[in-house]
Design a protein around this ligand. Structure first.
Ligand code: B12
Length: 211
């Protein structure tokens, strides 16, 4: 890994917004690949944050600072990661499910989906099933995408799919789910479609929309 990537990862760990902004800009100016800057520097730093958080070496405020620093870097990369496709492929309503306040992964998926030509409406975090149903109706969504990062909130995905069925929307809207604890097997068991990351989320959306 290049030294710059390492420095960026460390600045994420430090939650240093200014440093991350400067270093990512340096990488862009040097002509480094935006995808590599995202995967090998920013996300690498966030992974490390995850490990330290799990081990009790970092606490919520520090993780939030790291998240803010990561977001600053992502904003700089955004125009480079998006292809600027003008043809709209479909409309996606995206939510983090009830009880869950993690939205970094969701934002990343949204950025990639928008870059690939989807119109995406972010209806927020901690969104209960009835609000998800409302969102689908209000925006006349082709796809509803749900994110969960806690094993405890995954159950809200199942509840949401049930609410979608109860409202006779199951045949009208395609359902995508994802997030660290979610698996292909779980998705299938609740009647949804799974993909593992932001890049494959675009592939999955294309598959579901048959484009
Ligand atoms: C940042 C973070 C937080 C931040 C969130 C800030 C924010 N605005 O999002 C804060 C500090 C608020 C937080 C709080 C908590 N957290 Co937290 N958090 C994390 C951490 C470190 C990183 C998550 C992250 O952003 N990763 C980077 C992004 C880019 O990756 P991602 O989210 O996985 O998303 C990718 C894929 O999953 C996928 N994807 C995601 N969503 C979707 C949706 C679709 C449709 C698709 C197709 C794909 C997809 O694509 C994304 C991009 O590639 C993880 C550790 C980890 N290893 O994940 C813990 C982690 C998720 N948190 C955890 C815990 C326990 C908590 C708390 C309960 C801690 C506490 N005691 O208060 C609270 C719960 C709050 C709540 N009610 O939600 C645990 C969960 C354990 C479990 N299995 O249930 C983890 C795993 C840490 C750990 N190992 O203990 N957390």
């Amino acid at each position: 890994m290049s030294e710059l990537y390492e420095q960026i990862s460390e600045s994420i760990l430090d939650g240093d917004v200014r440093q991350v902004t400067e270093l990512v800009q340096e990488g862009i100016d040097e002509g480094l690949s935006a995808k590599e800057l995202l995967n090998d520097a920013l996300l690498e730093g966030m992974n490390e944050v995850g490990v330290l958080f799990k081990d009790g070496e970092l606490f919520v405020p520090e993780v939030l600072m790291a998240a803010r620093a990561m977001d600053a870097g992502v904003q700089l990369l955004k125009p480079l990661l998006q292809e600027g496709d003008v043809v709209k492929k479909g409309k996606i309503v995206f939510a983090t499910v009830k009880g869950d306040l993690h939205d970094i992964g969701k934002k990343l998926c949204i950025m990639m989906l928008e870059g690939a030509g989807y119109e995406v409406v972010d209806i927020g975090m901690d969104v209960p099933p009835e609000k998800i149903v409302e969102g689908i109706k209000e925006h006349n969504a082709d796809i509803v995408a749900m994110s969960a990062m806690l094993t405890t909130t995954m159950a809200a995905m199942k509840e949401s799919v049930e609410a979608i069925k109860e409202n006779a929307l199951y045949d009208k809207v395609r359902i995508m789910v994802g997030g660290a604890p979610v698996s292909e097997q779980y998705a299938v068991s609740i009647g949804a479609n799974y993909s593992a990351d932001a890049t494959s989320a675009v592939e999955l959306a294309n598959e579901l929309m048959a484009v």
